[in-house]
Design a protein. Structure first.
Length: 152
């Protein structure tokens, strides 16, 4: 029986030693280096992602600026064309109106030159008579006004 006791004792001691070592290992925080490595890798990956994000944002901003410049240039060209077209249309309209007035003046001049000198003389005589009567009336009123002032 001694050999059986010895075997039981050896198995019991082995099992106890294994349990004690497992408990001691569990309390030794063996995962601390693994946790520190994981945190370092996470920080490194975050920094890499941040750098890449910054680079992509700079590229996108530059592309947006170039796109805006192209759009501004396109709008500027379009605006110049529209302005030029409007100026041309306005100039044609002004020329047409000028031509119309010029034609009217030429017709009026032709009409006036065709009228006889007698009509012109009649107009001059009528105007002269009207002016003479207006001057005489004014002179009479002034004489009467001055006479009345002197008489007072």
């Amino acid at each position: 029986m001694k050999p059986l006791k010895r075997k039981v004792l050896i198995v019991s001691l082995s099992l106890s030693t294994f349990l004690v070592m497992g408990t001691a290992y569990a309390y030794s925080e063996a995962s601390a280096p693994l946790q520190m490595w994981f945190k370092a890798q996470s920080l490194l990956n975050q920094q890499t992602i941040d750098r890449q994000l910054q680079q992509d944002m700079v590229k996108a901003s530059q592309a947006l600026d170039k796109s805006n410049e192209k759009l501004v240039a396109s709008v500027s060209v379009h605006l110049e064309k529209v302005t030029e077209d409007a100026s041309y249309t306005l100039a044609r309209s002004i020329d047409a109106i000028q031509q119309s007035y010029s034609d009217q003046l030429e017709r009026s001049a032709a009409s006036l030159s065709k009228s006889s000198m007698a009509d012109f003389d009649t107009y001059i005589d009528a105007s002269t008579q009207q002016m003479s009567s207006d001057i005489e009336q004014w002179a009479d009123e002034m004489i009467q006004g001055l006479t009345a002032e002197l008489g007072d």
